[in-house]
Design a protein around this ligand. Structure first.
Ligand SMILES: [Zn+2]
Length: 238
Protein backbone atom coordinates (compact mmCIF):
# COMPACT_ATOMS: atom_id res chain seq x y z
CA UNK A 1 0.00 0.00 0.00
CA UNK A 2 2.77 2.37 0.95
CA UNK A 3 4.61 1.65 -2.28
CA UNK A 4 1.48 2.20 -4.33
CA UNK A 5 0.91 5.59 -2.75
CA UNK A 6 4.50 6.56 -3.39
CA UNK A 7 4.40 5.51 -7.03
CA UNK A 8 1.22 7.54 -7.47
CA UNK A 9 2.79 10.52 -5.80
CA UNK A 10 5.96 10.37 -7.89
CA UNK A 11 3.91 9.96 -11.07
CA UNK A 12 1.86 13.05 -10.29
CA UNK A 13 4.99 14.90 -9.25
CA UNK A 14 6.76 14.21 -12.54
CA UNK A 15 3.74 15.41 -14.50
CA UNK A 16 3.66 18.79 -12.79
CA UNK A 17 4.28 21.61 -15.28
CA UNK A 18 7.40 23.63 -14.72
CA UNK A 19 9.04 20.84 -12.78
CA UNK A 20 12.57 21.83 -11.81
CA UNK A 21 14.99 19.70 -9.82
CA UNK A 22 15.92 21.22 -6.52
CA UNK A 23 12.88 23.44 -6.14
CA UNK A 24 10.56 23.56 -3.16
CA UNK A 25 8.16 21.12 -4.82
CA UNK A 26 10.48 18.15 -4.68
CA UNK A 27 9.28 14.79 -3.47
CA UNK A 28 9.47 13.93 0.19
CA UNK A 29 11.69 11.04 1.28
CA UNK A 30 10.04 7.73 0.51
CA UNK A 31 9.90 6.64 4.14
CA UNK A 32 8.23 9.73 5.56
CA UNK A 33 4.77 11.10 5.10
CA UNK A 34 4.28 12.94 1.85
CA UNK A 35 4.32 16.68 2.30
CA UNK A 36 3.78 19.45 -0.22
CA UNK A 37 6.14 21.72 1.69
CA UNK A 38 9.87 21.13 1.90
CA UNK A 39 11.21 21.19 5.46
CA UNK A 40 13.36 24.13 6.50
CA UNK A 41 17.04 23.76 7.33
CA UNK A 42 16.25 24.14 11.03
CA UNK A 43 13.55 21.46 10.82
CA UNK A 44 16.00 19.13 9.10
CA UNK A 45 18.63 19.88 11.72
CA UNK A 46 16.17 19.22 14.55
CA UNK A 47 15.41 15.87 12.98
CA UNK A 48 19.12 15.04 12.76
CA UNK A 49 19.54 16.03 16.41
CA UNK A 50 16.65 13.77 17.43
CA UNK A 51 18.42 10.92 15.63
CA UNK A 52 21.70 11.79 17.33
CA UNK A 53 19.96 11.63 20.72
CA UNK A 54 18.70 8.13 19.89
CA UNK A 55 22.23 7.15 18.84
CA UNK A 56 23.76 8.55 22.02
CA UNK A 57 21.35 6.61 24.22
CA UNK A 58 21.43 3.45 22.13
CA UNK A 59 17.73 3.58 21.30
CA UNK A 60 18.01 3.37 17.54
CA UNK A 61 14.79 3.21 15.58
CA UNK A 62 13.96 0.06 13.71
CA UNK A 63 12.27 -0.19 10.35
CA UNK A 64 11.47 -2.32 7.35
CA UNK A 65 14.84 -2.09 5.60
CA UNK A 66 13.79 -4.49 2.83
CA UNK A 67 10.66 -2.50 2.02
CA UNK A 68 12.58 0.75 2.24
CA UNK A 69 15.21 -0.55 -0.14
CA UNK A 70 12.53 -1.50 -2.64
CA UNK A 71 10.76 1.84 -2.28
CA UNK A 72 13.99 3.67 -2.98
CA UNK A 73 15.04 1.59 -5.98
CA UNK A 74 13.23 3.96 -8.29
CA UNK A 75 14.93 7.12 -7.09
CA UNK A 76 16.44 9.06 -4.23
CA UNK A 77 15.50 12.42 -2.72
CA UNK A 78 17.75 12.95 0.29
CA UNK A 79 17.09 16.27 1.99
CA UNK A 80 20.44 16.36 3.74
CA UNK A 81 24.03 16.22 2.48
CA UNK A 82 26.87 15.47 4.86
CA UNK A 83 30.55 16.24 4.28
CA UNK A 84 32.33 14.14 6.89
CA UNK A 85 35.69 12.58 7.66
CA UNK A 86 36.42 9.06 6.39
CA UNK A 87 37.25 8.01 9.97
CA UNK A 88 35.60 4.64 10.62
CA UNK A 89 34.09 5.94 13.87
CA UNK A 90 32.22 8.79 12.19
CA UNK A 91 29.59 7.08 10.03
CA UNK A 92 26.89 9.75 9.40
CA UNK A 93 23.97 7.35 8.91
CA UNK A 94 24.67 5.75 12.28
CA UNK A 95 25.32 8.80 14.41
CA UNK A 96 22.22 10.57 13.06
CA UNK A 97 20.20 7.31 13.23
CA UNK A 98 19.27 7.54 9.56
CA UNK A 99 18.73 4.89 6.91
CA UNK A 100 18.85 4.32 3.18
CA UNK A 101 17.86 7.35 1.16
CA UNK A 102 18.19 9.86 4.00
CA UNK A 103 21.69 11.28 3.62
CA UNK A 104 23.82 12.10 0.59
CA UNK A 105 27.29 11.61 2.05
CA UNK A 106 30.68 12.84 0.87
CA UNK A 107 33.61 11.65 2.93
CA UNK A 108 37.33 12.31 2.84
CA UNK A 109 40.13 12.26 5.38
CA UNK A 110 39.81 15.52 7.29
CA UNK A 111 36.35 16.26 5.80
CA UNK A 112 38.00 18.44 3.19
CA UNK A 113 36.23 19.36 -0.02
CA UNK A 114 38.15 19.02 -3.27
CA UNK A 115 36.70 19.44 -6.75
CA UNK A 116 35.22 15.95 -6.79
CA UNK A 117 33.64 16.39 -3.38
CA UNK A 118 32.19 19.76 -4.30
CA UNK A 119 30.94 18.35 -7.61
CA UNK A 120 29.20 15.58 -5.68
CA UNK A 121 27.51 18.17 -3.45
CA UNK A 122 26.50 20.17 -6.52
CA UNK A 123 24.86 17.05 -7.94
CA UNK A 124 22.82 16.41 -4.80
CA UNK A 125 21.82 20.06 -4.38
CA UNK A 126 20.87 20.57 -8.01
CA UNK A 127 19.47 17.22 -9.08
CA UNK A 128 18.32 15.45 -5.93
CA UNK A 129 16.88 18.49 -4.21
CA UNK A 130 19.08 18.33 -1.12
CA UNK A 131 18.79 21.63 0.75
CA UNK A 132 20.98 21.26 3.83
CA UNK A 133 24.72 20.57 3.91
CA UNK A 134 26.19 19.48 7.24
CA UNK A 135 29.98 19.83 7.39
CA UNK A 136 31.03 17.45 10.14
CA UNK A 137 34.42 17.33 11.80
CA UNK A 138 35.27 15.16 14.77
CA UNK A 139 37.43 14.95 17.86
CA UNK A 140 40.92 13.46 17.58
CA UNK A 141 40.89 13.68 13.78
CA UNK A 142 44.06 12.01 12.48
CA UNK A 143 44.19 14.14 9.34
CA UNK A 144 44.00 17.40 11.30
CA UNK A 145 46.48 16.01 13.81
CA UNK A 146 48.92 15.29 10.97
CA UNK A 147 48.52 18.87 9.74
CA UNK A 148 49.20 20.16 13.27
CA UNK A 149 52.44 18.15 13.41
CA UNK A 150 53.80 20.02 10.39
CA UNK A 151 55.74 16.87 9.48
CA UNK A 152 56.32 16.10 5.83
CA UNK A 153 53.99 13.35 4.64
CA UNK A 154 55.41 10.19 3.02
CA UNK A 155 53.38 10.51 -0.20
CA UNK A 156 52.26 13.42 -2.36
CA UNK A 157 48.66 12.36 -1.89
CA UNK A 158 48.84 12.42 1.89
CA UNK A 159 50.65 15.74 1.64
CA UNK A 160 47.78 17.10 -0.45
CA UNK A 161 45.36 16.37 2.40
CA UNK A 162 47.59 18.02 4.99
CA UNK A 163 48.26 21.03 2.76
CA UNK A 164 44.54 21.71 2.48
CA UNK A 165 44.10 21.57 6.26
CA UNK A 166 47.21 23.63 7.12
CA UNK A 167 45.61 27.11 6.76
CA UNK A 168 43.06 26.09 9.41
CA UNK A 169 45.90 25.05 11.72
CA UNK A 170 47.60 28.40 11.18
CA UNK A 171 44.41 30.26 12.10
CA UNK A 172 43.92 28.10 15.19
CA UNK A 173 47.45 28.83 16.35
CA UNK A 174 46.55 32.50 16.38
CA UNK A 175 44.03 32.17 19.19
CA UNK A 176 44.74 29.09 21.33
CA UNK A 177 47.53 27.62 23.42
CA UNK A 178 49.49 24.61 22.16
CA UNK A 179 47.58 22.12 24.31
CA UNK A 180 44.29 23.20 22.73
CA UNK A 181 45.56 23.40 19.19
CA UNK A 182 44.12 20.14 17.84
CA UNK A 183 40.53 20.81 18.91
CA UNK A 184 40.71 24.42 17.71
CA UNK A 185 42.21 23.31 14.39
CA UNK A 186 39.45 20.72 13.98
CA UNK A 187 36.83 23.46 14.34
CA UNK A 188 38.72 25.87 12.08
CA UNK A 189 38.98 23.08 9.50
CA UNK A 190 35.21 22.60 9.57
CA UNK A 191 34.75 26.34 9.00
CA UNK A 192 37.29 26.22 6.18
CA UNK A 193 35.66 23.26 4.42
CA UNK A 194 32.25 24.91 4.65
CA UNK A 195 33.66 28.08 3.14
CA UNK A 196 35.59 26.17 0.45
CA UNK A 197 32.45 24.41 -0.73
CA UNK A 198 30.62 27.68 -1.34
CA UNK A 199 33.62 29.72 -2.50
CA UNK A 200 34.55 27.15 -5.15
CA UNK A 201 31.07 26.56 -6.52
CA UNK A 202 29.07 29.34 -8.19
CA UNK A 203 26.16 26.91 -8.37
CA UNK A 204 26.09 26.30 -4.61
CA UNK A 205 26.72 29.95 -3.84
CA UNK A 206 23.72 30.88 -5.96
CA UNK A 207 21.51 28.27 -4.26
CA UNK A 208 22.60 29.56 -0.85
CA UNK A 209 21.86 33.17 -1.81
CA UNK A 210 18.41 32.11 -3.01
CA UNK A 211 17.71 30.40 0.30
CA UNK A 212 17.64 26.95 -1.31
CA UNK A 213 20.78 25.71 0.41
CA UNK A 214 21.88 26.07 4.03
CA UNK A 215 25.21 25.04 5.52
CA UNK A 216 25.50 23.91 9.13
CA UNK A 217 28.86 23.24 10.74
CA UNK A 218 29.28 20.65 13.50
CA UNK A 219 31.76 18.48 15.37
CA UNK A 220 31.24 14.91 16.53
CA UNK A 221 32.41 13.80 19.98
CA UNK A 222 33.88 10.31 19.92
CA UNK A 223 33.24 9.44 23.57
CA UNK A 224 29.68 10.66 24.09
CA UNK A 225 28.47 10.25 20.51
CA UNK A 226 27.15 13.80 20.55
CA UNK A 227 27.09 16.03 17.48
CA UNK A 228 27.64 19.65 18.53
CA UNK A 229 26.71 22.51 16.23
CA UNK A 230 29.34 25.18 15.76
CA UNK A 231 28.58 28.85 15.49
CA UNK A 232 29.74 30.45 12.27
CA UNK A 233 33.05 32.32 12.65
CA UNK A 234 32.94 36.11 12.54
CA UNK A 235 35.25 36.07 9.55
CA UNK A 236 32.93 33.77 7.60
CA UNK A 237 32.14 35.02 4.15
CA UNK A 238 28.72 33.40 4.10
ZN1 LIG B 1 39.15 12.55 10.83
Amino acid sequence: MKRAVLYLYFSLFLLLPGFVFGQQTRAAPAHTSVSATAPSAEQLWSDLMAGNQRFMTGHLKTGDIVGLRRDLAGGQHPNVMVLACSDSRVAPELLFDKSLGDLFVVRSAGNIADAIGIGSIEYAAEHLGSSLLVVLGHEKCGAVSAACSQEKMPTVNLQAIVDQISPAVTRAKGHVAADQLLQAAIEENVHQSAQDVIANSPVLKHLEEEGKLAVIEAVYKLDSGEVVRLSKPVSSSH
